[in-house]
Design a protein around this ligand. Structure first.
Ligand code: PEP
Ligand code: CO
Length: 470
């Protein structure tokens, strides 16, 4: 799936007294109320003896690609579930998620002319931060649903009881998911010659699906032309498969610590539960446990940046998480909401640029745009998602900063969770096929629709900035 670039790499982490359990002496936000700490400790020991999910060298390769995105020579597409589910792990569901990400990547690559770095919110994205730690219904108060790695969504005391065995179940599901992803991405399914087959039937009938067919035809013609010129396409790795990386929010630190290993080559610590780990908007306290943990691992990191973030706070976080100011180490993920993006983002981008910071900016146009309908459904409007993305591109362009990526929640299925877009869903349609256990996701048609929008923004950006300034 991915190769190591170890020849060019030496350990880069500062030599500090950091250890994988250093977070335990810091305030821990968003932690479940584990009823049996001994049980949790037993599970942590079991997990610590398991094989890693990813290798340090793969994480380094991703960081090298992200450094290209930071330099304006690549674009990051980070996409997948809000929360993976223990009930949605069939091969078809994983394949369909990958399929829509591949489709989006093709549209973006073709539109922008720059390589697209593909990172899934997958094979570990099980934990959810909650605004309220408890949920109350008819006078009954239970622990909030925190994702399948902690508890279950049904409103009963048994289902909501945090259960450490779920950490093991999450590990095993991640292993199986990653195994399948590695097979799909290297075993022929992701070969560019199959570009037509990524268009699922229900997408193919939509306007976006037809637009995709036209593009796929053009790619096929180009491949045929290259074959006719005598170029052996079977030999070319880049055409026969894709590099695909995994990521999730590093929320449940006992799980993350248990999968953290010292790399024999560089001596650095890596959290081997995924290639990239990010810190959520609710756990980014400078002195908090999540920042203390991730500051010490050498994986590339993400940091959600919401509307309450102030420039000085962000600067301190960047210095703490990326003390060497290394390009590719820290992906900043703006998630402001369409209303506040312009006002909140511009001062942050300007403050970092003034300090010569190397971090790159990506856009999560989902998490600031969630609302509940009168009928009680959590949803997002496609138009808000597209507008926040367009505003992100404009604001960054005005500050001569490369818009380095897009971070979204999607699924490969024909779900009815977000309004509008390619599938033209209205509020009455939301109940038809709403299967997310947490936030509403774009379906495959809406995802493709967004990719065509972003391809245009990227083209416009290239046109307006001439030689890309950074
Ligand atoms: C998420 O990405 O699923 C999430 C909870 O995001 P945020 O931390 O930005 O709210
Ligand atoms: Co979410």
């Amino acid at each position: 799936m991915v190769t190591d670039n170890r020849a060019t790499y030496a350990g880069t982490m500062p030599d500090t007294a950091w250890s994988p359990d250093a977070w335990r002496s810091h305030p821990l936000a968003q932690s479940p109320d584990w009823p049996d700490p001994d049980h949790l400790a037993r599970v942590e020991r079991t997990l610590a003896a398991k094989p890693p999910l990813v290798f340090a060298g793969e994480a380094r390769t991703l960081q090298a690609h992200l450094a290209e995105a930071a330099a304006g020579r690549a674009f990051l597409l980070q996409a997948g579930d809000c929360a993976e589910s223990f009930h949605e792990a069939a091969a078809d569901q994983i394949r369909d998620k990958l399929r829509v990400i591949l489709q989006m990547a093709v549209v973006l690559t073709y539109g922008s002319g720059v390589p697209v770095v593909k990172v899934g919110r997958i094979a570990g994205q099980f934990a959810k931060p909650r605004t309220e730690p408890y949920e109350e219904r008819d006078g009954v108060r239970l622990e909030a649903f925190r994702g399948h790695i902690v508890n279950s969504e049904e409103f009963t005391p048994e289902a909501r009881r945090p259960d450490p065995e779920r950490l093991l179940a999450a590990y095993h599901q991640s292993v199986a998911t990653l195994n399948l992803l590695r097979a799909f991405t290297t075993g022929g399914f992701a070969a560019l010659s199959r570009v037509h087959q990524w268009n699922q039937e229900f997408v193919a009938h939509s306007l976006e699906g037809k637009r995709y067919e036209v593009l796929a035809d053009e790619i096929e013609r180009a491949l045929a032309f290259m074959r006719a010129c005598g170029i052996d396409l079977h030999d070319d790795q880049a055409l026969q498969g894709v590099e695909f990386f995994t990521s999730h929010e590093a929320l449940i630190l006992p799980y993350e610590q248990a999968l953290t290993r010292r790399d024999s080559l560089t001596g650095d610590w890596y959290d081997c539960s995924a290639h990239q780990l990010w810190i959520g908007d609710r756990t980014r306290q400078l002195d908090g446990a999540h920042v203390a943990f991730l500051a010490g691992v050498a994986n590339p990191l993400g940091l959600k940046v919401g509307p309450t973030m102030e420039p000085t706070e962000l600067l301190r976080l960047c210095e703490r998480l990326n003390p060497g100011n290394v390009a590719g180490r820290l992906t900043l993920i703006s998630r402001m909401g369409v209303e506040r993006l312009e006002e909140r983002l511009a001062p942050l981008v300007a403050a970092l640029a003034a300090e010569g910071r190397a971090e790159h900016w990506t856009c999560d146009p989902m998490h600031g745009n969630t609302f509940v309908t009168v009928a009680g459904q959590k949803t997002r409007r496609f138009d808000d998602v597209a507008t926040e993305t367009a505003t992100f591109f404009r604001v960054l362009s005005e500050l001569s900063t490369w818009p380095a990526g897009l971070h979204i929640e999607l699924t490969g299925g024909d779900v009815t969770e977000c309004l509008g877009g390619g599938s033209r869903l209205g509020e009455d349609d939301l109940t038809l096929n709403y299967t997310s256990i947490c936030d509403p996701r774009l379906n495959a048609t809406q995802s493709l629709d967004l990719a065509f929008h972003v391809a245009e923004y990227l083209r416009d950006y290239g046109a307006s900035s001439g030689e890309r300034s950074l």
